[in-house]
Design a protein around this ligand. Structure first.
Ligand SMILES: *Cc1c(COP(=O)(O)O)cnc(C)c1O
Length: 453
């Protein structure tokens, strides 16, 4: 990298870090003004050096801030310093993680992470896993493996039978997209109802599978969720795994959100039963403040990874055994190195340090829950032990307060829906938040809400 760009990088980095401290939430730019506010246009002529630096600096400083202590809008947040360091280095190395020839020791890093998490989950020896570009995609990989295991002809002939899949009404929307991508069809998903805590009704699941079988349909896949996106609920994993065994159906656990609890002795009981699944996915870019994206898929059926994702490509796979060429089990061809940032995080603080991150997030959630429970102006919609807090304040409409908080540059938080209720959804996925920032959240929130009259 050129000296001038290294220097520019450091200058921009310092500007950004300083500005984030002063202004944790930016007042959003009107879309109509983007062209007049920024020098966005690309053309025939090169920008002058000054124009280039000026335009870039302005863009960096005016992009919504997702890493500060005031960002509560999604299930990611924070900027873990060691993970960010790893990410920056992987950009410099620009490895493509399909072969040992290109990835070298980075492939070993990926394998080490996979091996350790398999161990934390209590999966047997011989289980395997890999990284893909996010939870939607790792869930997709699970669906494809289950599909091909159920009917190995699908890979060559396409879907010819009525294959049916099951998921809860509260599961992530990627399940729907994936059903269509996989050629299974969205209409062949059974959305199982949830109880008032947002957990899948297992009696309905079992009945539905049996009645589908009685009609000659072919149940092949259950998606259970550990940490639903809105309420942070966990489906009854142990009961679902019993049903999946009795009925001979693949059980996947979408643990994109709560998978990271595996690191904590105290909270891994939330995903108890994960060891009985056929596959599970988890995102380190959610609870672990690792830069986007860092998502893994694990399965007990290593051969399924090879059967579904392996194809020969002479121009690519030259030497080394399949075990060292993760391109053979991957969704993509070119693969970013998503492993190094997770490794730098883990190496620097250990499993115990990651456990403390997880535990801190639950403490913050508890702190917030105690506050709203002690204040009669709040109505709470979810249960204890959730890493999201879903609530309404007085009779203020959730959509309106969420927009106003952002427009005024105070906080970034979003709303969610469960059954017929709409509410503010406050997630706790940034372990570098402290309790005073949570107190400040409620202070700003209430001032803003009360000003709306
Ligand atoms: C976030 C989330 C996903 C999707 O993960 P992406 O990395 O955003 O694609 C899937 N399932 C659940 C339960 C999630 O919370």
């Amino acid at each position: 990298m050129k000296q001038e760009d290294r220097e520019l990088f450091i200058t921009l980095l310092d500007q950004l870090l300083e500005d984030e401290l002063e202004t944790p939430v930016l007042i959003p730019k009107a879309i109509d003004n983007l062209n007049s506010d920024f020098a966005l246009e690309l053309g025939e002529d090169a920008a002058t050096k000054e124009e280039f630096v000026q335009a870039l600096s302005q863009l960096i400083l005016e992009t919504p801030r997702t890493t500060t202590g005031s960002f509560f809008n999604q299930l990611f947040g924070g900027r873990n310093s060691k993970a960010t360091l790893g990410e920056l280095l992987s950009v410099l190395l620009n490895s493509s993680m399909y072969t040992y020839k290109i990835g070298g020791p980075m492939i070993a890093i990926e394998k080490e992470i996979v091996k350790r998490i398999i161990n934390l989950a209590g999966y047997p020896e011989g289980s395997y896993g890999t990284f893909a570009t996010g939870g939607s995609m790792t869930n997709y990989m699970a669906l494809i493996m289950a599909r091909d295991k159920f009917d190995s002809n699908v890979r060559n002939h396409g879907v010819t039978q009525k294959m049916i899949m099951y998921t809860s009404a509260e599961s992530h929307y990627s399940v729907k997209k994936n059903a269509s991508f996989a050629g299974l069809g969205r209409d062949n998903i059974r959305f199982i109802s949830t109880n008032d805590k947002g957990e899948m009704d297992t009696a309905e699941l079992k009945n539905q599978i049996q009645s589908d079988k009685a009609e000659g349909l072919l149940p092949f896949f259950i998606n259970a969720t550990a940490g639903t996106t809105v309420l942070g609920s966990v489906d009854p994993l142990e009961q679902i795994s019993e049903i999946s065994h009795q009925e001979g159906v693949w059980m996947h656990i979408d643990a994109a959100f709560y998978g990271s609890t595996l690191f904590s002795e105290k909270y891994k009981q939330l995903v108890k039963g994960i060891e009985n699944s056929d596959s599970f996915s988890m995102n380190a870019h959610k609870m672990l403040s690792t830069p986007l994206t860092c998502s893994l898929i694990f399965t007990k059926h290593k051969t399924c990874l090879y059967d579904s994702f392996g194809t020969d490509a002479d121009y690519l796979y030259q030497g080394e055994s399949d075990d060292w060429n993760p391109g053979k089990i991957s969704f993509q061809c070119g693969r970013r190195n998503d492993a190094l940032k997770f490794w730098t995080l883990w190496k620097s603080i250990g499993r115990q340090g990651i456990a403390r991150m997880v535990e801190k997030e639950f403490e913050l959630a508890e702190h917030a829950r105690n506050y709203v429970n002690s204040n009669s102006n709040y109505k709470v919609y979810n249960h204890r032990d959730s890493l999201t807090l879903c609530f309404n304040y007085k009779d203020v409409a959730a959509e309106e307060i969420c927009s106003k908080l952002t427009e005024d540059g105070l906080l970034m938080v979003g709303y969610g829906r469960f059954k017929n209720e709409v509410f503010v959804r406050l997630p706790f996925v940034n372990s570098s938040n402290d309790k005073s920032e949570i107190d400040n959240f409620f202070k700003l929130f209430e001032e803003c809400a009360d000003s709306m009259g």
